[in-house]
Unconditional design. Structure first.
Length: 68
């Protein structure tokens, strides 16, 4: 399996977290919802997972492994 570069994973996780913070509003704009869905899909594809929780865990584990 191909592994995404740590810089790509780091950027995707940061973008996901940023979009989640922005989505805490009561009314989420359609474009924000679409961007959140897009980054979720991309995280899953780049980590070879099917669920967001698994994708985030895999991305964070890879980042931790490459940090030290």
């Amino acid at each position: 399996m191909l592994l995404a570069h740590p810089a790509v994973l780091s950027e995707l996780v940061a973008r996901y977290e940023s979009l989640c913070a922005a989505a805490q509003e009561r009314v989420v704009a359609p474009d924000l919802k679409r961007r959140l869905e897009d980054v979720t899909y991309t995280l899953c594809v780049t980590t070879g997972t099917r669920h967001l929780e698994q994708a985030l865990a895999a991305a964070r584990a890879r980042l931790a492994a490459t940090a030290g």
